[in-house]
Design a protein around this ligand. Sequence first.
Ligand code: HEM
Length: 114
Amino acid sequence: MGDILLYIHLALAVLLFALILFNRVKQFRSIAVTASSLLLLTGAHNFMTRMADAPKGWHAFVGIKLLLALHVIAIVFLIARGATAEKEARWRKSILITGTLVMLIGLYYSNFAR
Ligand code: HEM
């Protein structure tokens, strides 16, 4: 169950990151908002289950990942709602940076740290 949810989390993360990367959040806003909400739910589950045999540094880095992920999700909601083109471009740039960090920390702890 845990592994399946981790893969679902990964698929949702790749989907959301692709929407941000190719500037398609507004075009597919319901997909972006649904993926963000499911990332929050599956992420909360991963957080509770993968804490058990946490490797060194897990709590610090996954804690930072959680905060950065919340930033990504909040900005995706704001872009989906819509703002001026200048604001949307600035917001998108910021979540390209935080989103990349979130992906890297998640992938590292899921695939290389254990
Ligand atoms: C923008 C939203 C998010 C993105 C892009 C993202 C991305 C990822 C990625 C790519 C992985 C690795 C999955 C794998 O290799 O199978 C991962 C794992 C994980 N994510 Fe997320 N995530 C997001 C939101 C969240 C949230 C909100 C939480 C916590 C509530 C969370 C907690 C975790 C945990 C605990 C892991 C597993 C780490 C481990 O294996 O020890 N994620 N995430």
